[in-house]
Design a protein. Structure first.
Length: 318
């Protein structure tokens, strides 16, 4: 039996890829920028230059743009919806967690939905000239010099106080008890990739996804570190006209787990002397105690590189 093909049986011709720039020519190769280009466009292609204000561009402006911290965002949005129903002030809120998790950014977004707000560093507060804004965001609230005056404002005025700190425990008990406390969590690699995708969109630059993946894997689950690495990588891209990711990480001393030269110096000291107390560790490495406690150790402790014991720090793995 002879089977005769009809026009309906014909397979569609495969759609060949086109040049990312002119969209007319079949592309012949992928260049070092991650672009699929025809020869004519490849000869003239230059990397896109950031024209936006960097500090504005890296900061999300609403809950939709803010990636991660979904449980906290949901509760904050519930507070805002409730306020529209009962017309009462939202409670005072305290945002805690490690550095670089977006505490101040989230506080600013929350405040922007309420009314006018002002952001001030707590060690610069002059209570005789306290801001009149409806919402006052106190960054680094642990550095507040006179919490008793703030307690009076919180109890007697119509102002809403939002505090941000890496050390919630350093606040006095009376002050802590007046806040609803939100503790921000470290980010997943997936969230960091999404964050950097949003950032590259706001900056109007094309970044290959594998670059964003490599940056996110090395960011120690930290949003600020990921944006800083992104900026350093972008600077290299502009200067050397290409995404040479291997050379960048080798030159910067950042390994595949995100450990940098400071981390390696810390671990090398523990490898020689263990257990070791914080004072001696600081003296041996030349790293100040605050940097050790707030920047170096959180990631290393969370991933069992080291442990804290009554006798001092112990090396768990190398």
């Amino acid at each position: 039996m002879i089977y005769k093909h009809s026009y309906k049986d014909k397979l569609p011709e495969p759609k060949l890829p086109t040049c990312d720039i002119c969209n007319k020519w079949y592309w012949y190769f992928t260049n070092k920028f991650g672009k699929k280009l025809c020869p004519a466009c490849a000869a003239t292609y230059e990397p896109s230059i950031i024209t936006s204000n960097w500090n504005i561009a890296i900061s999300p402006s609403n809950f939709e743009e803010y990636v991660g911290q979904n449980t906290t965002k949901q509760e904050l949005q519930t507070m805002l919806k409730a306020q529209k129903i009962h017309h009462l002030n939202v409670p005072h809120c305290l945002f805690g967690g490690e550095f670089g998790l977006g505490k101040t950014t989230l506080a600013k977004i929350f405040a922007s939905y309420i009314e006018d707000y002002v952001l001030i560093n707590s060690n610069e507060i002059d209570f005789s000239n306290f801001p009149k804004a409806k919402v006052v965001i106190l960054d680094e609230i642990q550095s507040l010099k006179n919490s008793s005056q703030l307690l009076t404002i919180m109890d007697t005025s119509e102002q809403i106080i939002l505090g941000c700190t890496t050390t919630v425990g350093s606040l006095s008990a009376p002050l802590r008890s007046r806040f609803i406390h939100f503790n921000l969590d470290p980010y997943s690699v997936t969230d960091l990739i999404k964050m950097l995708e949003n950032l590259s969109t706001r900056l109007k630059i094309d970044v290959p996804k594998f670059i964003l993946q490599e940056i996110s894997k090395r960011s120690k689950e930290n949003a600020r570190l990921s944006t800083l690495l992104f900026r350093r990588m972008y600077d290299n891209y502009i200067v050397y006209k290409g995404w040479n990711i291997k050379k960048f990480f080798e030159d910067s001393g950042i390994d595949s787990n995100g450990l940098d030269n400071i981390d390696k110096k810390y671990l090398a000291a523990l490898n020689k002397i263990t257990p070791i107390g914080i004072q001696q560790l600081s003296a041996v490495t030349g790293i100040d105690k605050i940097t050790i406690l707030e920047i170096v150790e959180p990631f290393l402790l969370r991933h069992n590189y080291v442990s804290r014991t009554p006798k001092g720090r112990l090396l768990c793995q190398i």
